[in-house]
Design a protein around this ligand. Structure first.
Ligand code: PLP
Length: 615
């Protein structure tokens, strides 16, 4: 039975019970049960399910791995972590994150003013806030306000200009004195080593970010000159996201560790931490040969602790506290996007669609015989015969000897024969069958937008695990491509013979069929774009009680049509009155009809863009 690679990407978060995929937590409800409960309240279209227990699990794993590594090396520095808000700033996520991380002194990382405002209001006082990215005077001032509020905040400077801004802002807030109520300072270093993979651009020497060694020395002198060295507390780097291999991290750790030690020996006595950024990868792979990560969390933690210890010992400095800013690793697993299939395109290739005739042309009769006689022994031979007959029949059509109905019957029968042969040959058909699979792939039209919900597939060809929520006790035999409902030909997850996805042959007139897109909790939501004006899907939070019973809370309905237009700065009042006037002033309509049309119009405008089709 196909379990859709659950053992590779699932991390024990889900389990297959009979025909359904279930949450492996509490009383292990099936995803389909949760989805139907939400849909019964009238929410159709795609749904984003959030599972806070999976955020908690990742945070606990992260802290445990570093605790273990610290213990086994008897490392003296502390371990701290912050969540980088750019990975997911949605309130249902952030509020869950804060709630489940209680007791870990877990903080937030901000990369813009708006994110900083979230961090200032949501981080518990005392838990760390780190501030990265390019900053102007206002942003630095916000950091000073945060520290006066009592926040434990560190400004990471990306360039010398930002240090000058800090000096200027301090003068405005505190005069010439540097009191203890001002932000700590971190320095982001520009690494020689770079990450690998599609996200590697944020590390490395040509990176957008960080100070070169020369700039670092200048920054050091500037801090000494302005009596600011006491604030320098952190050395920071980030080698890029979804680090598939551990080797670049080790190189980066050596560079950063030696810079830390050099600065300390030079006199930066308050320097006490190394911030290793993010990059911890998530296993999105759904096939054994396409795994994306070659290390475990424990290996990662051990490498960090071991290397920092070794460098500190060699250079005779204190072992630094370790900060991480892992985002993808913490957030990806918590969200599952569920979307209904609304059409199978080649469902017309069905025996019941065959056109009846008194007498069929002999070759069509033969195709029918081939289809009925097909078994695992003759499958390959009959398949070849069928393809040969098809060529002849198509030629006969071109020459005018058979009609359109014959041609349609040919297409249906050959399609059915290929499908049946693929099942009978069960993977032993070699490259020929692989090519045929592509030819008869089934197109599943799915009620969602790839641009809105899986933007990294569109932009970076990042694959996400996909599995149907039901029918998992039946073999799926249709090579599948997935089409979204945007009018864009890029809105497709094509069938990829190297990473084949097979789905079930479903009669949508008789039953629903839902697809789950897993590990979509990191980056996808805020990067999602409103191509064709499809909005963020309806979302909700699934909380489990101590007794294992789940509860669906905080449902946020997808934006309605008028809200979407308002977000684009349309004057919705004008749109509203124009539409109303065009109905009211029509001379062809009776007044009852006008009332009726207005009622309908307002109903539709209060709903979201996704299709309401009930197959
Ligand atoms: C993006 C980013 C992160 C998070 O990276 P992940 O790969 O999601 O863990 C951490 N720190 C900085 C500075 C970043 O820019």
């Amino acid at each position: 039975m196909n379990n859709y690679g659950l053992e590779i990407w699932g991390d024990d978060n889900f389990v297959i019970h009979n025909s359904t995929i279930n949450v492996k937590h509490g009383k292990e409800p099936s995803l389909i049960e949760i989805v139907e409960k939400i849909r019964s309240k009238g929410h159709k279209g795609p749904l984003m399910l959030r599972f806070p227990h999976l955020i908690q699990k990742q945070i606990v794993k992260l802290f445990d791995a570093f605790k273990q590594a610290k213990e086994s090396f008897q490392y003296k520095g502390d371990f701290h972590a912050v969540f980088p808000l750019k990975v997911n700033q949605f309130p249902n996520f952030v509020d869950s994150l804060i709630a489940v991380s209680e007791g870990y002194n877990y903080g937030l990382e901000a990369g813009s003013k708006a994110e900083l405002v979230i961090a200032m209001s949501k981080t518990p006082l005392g838990a760390p806030i780190t501030v990265n990215g390019f900053k102007d005077k206002e942003m630095v001032s916000l950091c000073f306000i945060a520290s006066k509020m009592g926040h434990n905040i560190t400004i990471t400077i990306e360039g010398l200009g930002e240090l000058e801004t800090i000096i200027e802002v301090n003068e405005e807030f505190n005069g010439k004195e540097f009191t203890s109520m001002i932000p700590k300072i971190g320095v982001r270093i520009r690494l020689h080593s770079a990450g690998i993979g599609i996200w590697a651009k944020s590390g490395g020497y040509s990176s957008k970010f960080g100070l070169t060694s020369t700039e670092l020395l200048e920054a050091y002198s500037l801090m000494v000159k302005h009596n600011l060295l006491g604030q320098l507390s952190m050395v920071h780097f980030h080698i890029g996201s979804q680090m598939s291999d551990i080797a670049p991290l080790k190189k980066a750790l050596r560079e950063a560790g030696n810079i830390y030690a050099e600065l300390k020996k030079r006199g930066a006595t308050s320097l006490s931490a190394i911030n290793i950024g993010g990059g911890l990868a998530v296993e999105y792979g759904q096939h054994p040969h396409s795994q994306e990560r070659n290390y475990s969390l424990n290996e990662f933690a051990n490498d960090v602790i071991f290397l920092m210890q070794e460098i500190s010992k060699n250079k005779g400095v204190e072992e630094p506290d370790i900060f991480t800013e892992s985002g993808r690793y913490v957030a990806a697993a918590h969200a599952v996007l569920v979307a209904p299939v609304i059409e199978l395109f080649s469902q017309e290739y069905n025996k019941k669609e065959l056109s009846a005739k008194e007498v069929h042309p002999p070759l069509i009769q033969e195709l029918d015989d081939l289809f009925n006689g097909l078994d695992s022994k003759n499958a390959r031979e009959y398949l070849h015969d069928a393809l040969d007959h098809m060529e002849s029949l198509l030629t006969l059509f071109d020459l005018g000897y058979i009609d359109l109905e014959d041609r349609s019957n040919t297409e249906i029968l050959v399609n059915l024969i290929i499908k049946k042969a693929i099942i009978l040959l069960a993977g032993h058909g070699g490259s020929e069958l692989k090519k045929l699979q592509q030819r008869i792939q089934e197109r599943y039209l799915v009620n969602f937008s790839i641009f809105q919900s899986l933007p990294d597939f569109w932009g970076l060809e990042q694959n996400f695990p996909i599995a149907p929520l039901t029918h998992l006790d039946q073999r799926a035999t249709n090579p599948a491509s997935i089409w979204d409902i945007t009018c864009d030909s890029d809105g497709e997850l094509p069938f990829n013979p190297r990473l084949p996805l097979h789905l079930h042959d479903i009669d949508l007139d008789k039953e629903d069929y839902f697809l789950g897109f897993f590990l979509t909790g990191a980056y996808q939501e805020v990067l999602g774009m409103r191509h064709n004006l499809f909005s963020h899907p309806t979302e909700c939070v699934i909380n489990f009680s101590d007794s294992g019973v789940y509860e669906i809370v905080d449902i946020i309905e997808a934006q309605n049509l008028m809200d979407i237009l308002e977000d684009l700065e349309y004057d919705t009042y004008v749109i509203d009155t124009t539409l109303k006037q065009r109905i009211e002033q029509s001379e062809q309509l009776s007044s009852e009809e006008k009332q009726h049309l207005l009622g309908r119009l307002y109903l539709y405008m209060s709903e979201n863009s996704y299709l309401k089709i009930n197959p």
